[in-house]
Design a protein around this ligand. Structure first.
Ligand code: PLP
Length: 257
């Protein structure tokens, strides 16, 4: 059994965050563990409140796991604040842990700032350099790089820029493109185009969380980055095609065991 850890925020509605990550880990036949960075009150219609966990307790959760259990891969999602980012980076360095997938979560689909704007600098300087794979969507890649993305060329430029921040592999997700959902993976040498079509559904809550935790699970299982990403793309397509129409708003992706 491979042991997977998510360091992320809780979504009370179960569609995104820690809950999506743990479901994804289970669906990949791995054992899921969680370090909670924040508790959100949310449902399919929006985020209504956030309480961040103190950096000390975030650090203590990480210590509790790494001092006792062998970890095969880590996914980092919602990190909220500079001090939380700093403690996560400090601990990952302390335990010399390298298999880290970072989903640079910034703003929810409903428009809530899950990363405080002033923490963007720490995300870029402290966390992105620790990424084995970093998985921004187009708005996040634009925020990280300042590059306006309209076409594949721009995605490639943004990938080079994010790679130069220290990430080893950059996956820019094309779900926000107008006509297709093609992603680009850049490993510093080559751009791999992962073609995808738009899936006609409004129920896409938690897609980013699910994809990044699937990549972490696949890396933890020993797959190469390209195979991990390809397998995760297949997984997210099925999860979106089977998304649930629950609640009054944007329903969650669905996981199969
Ligand atoms: N809530 C939490 C805790 C998250 O980590 C995320 C995204 O990473 C979201 C909500 C946003 O989900 P979405 O934008 O898919 O609705």
């Amino acid at each position: 059994m491979k042991n997977l850890l998510t360091i992320a925020g809780s979504d009370s509605s179960g569609g995104a965050g820690i809950q999506a990550d743990l479901k994804t880990f289970s669906a990949h036949g791995t054992f899921g563990m969680s370090v909670i960075t924040a508790v959100t009150a949310q449902n399919t219609q929006g985020v209504f409140a956030v309480e961040n966990i103190s950096p000390d307790v975030v650090g203590a959760q990480i210590d509790a796991i790494f001092t006792d259990i062998e970890v095969d891969a880590v996914k980092v999602g919602m990190v909220s604040q500079t001090e939380i980012i700093k403690i996560i980076a400090e601990k990952l360095k302390k335990y010399k842990f390298k298999k880290v997938v970072i989903d640079p979560v910034m703003i929810s689909k409903s428009g809530y700032h899950l990363l405080e704007p002033e923490a963007k600098k720490a995300l870029i300087e402290e966390l992105v350099p620790l990424a084995y794979v970093v998985t921004p969507n187009i708005p996040e890649a634009e925020e990280l790089t300042g590059i306006k993305i309209d076409k594949f060329d721009d995605m490639e430029k943004a990938a080079i820029s994010i790679k130069s921040m220290g990430a080893q592999n950059v996956l820019i997700k094309g779900g926000h493109l107008e006509t297709e959902a093609t992603d680009i993976l850049y490993d510093g040498e080559k751009f791999h185009y992962l073609k995808g079509e738009k899936i006609p559904t409004k129920n896409t809550h938690g897609t980013g969380c699910t994809l990044s935790s699937a990549i972490a699970a696949n890396i933890g299982r020993g797959l190469s980055v390209i195979d991990a990403v390809k397998g995760s793309k297949e997984y997210i397509i099925v999860a979106i095609e089977n998304a649930l129409q629950i609640g009054k708003g944007v329903g969650p992706t669905h996981h199969f065991y």
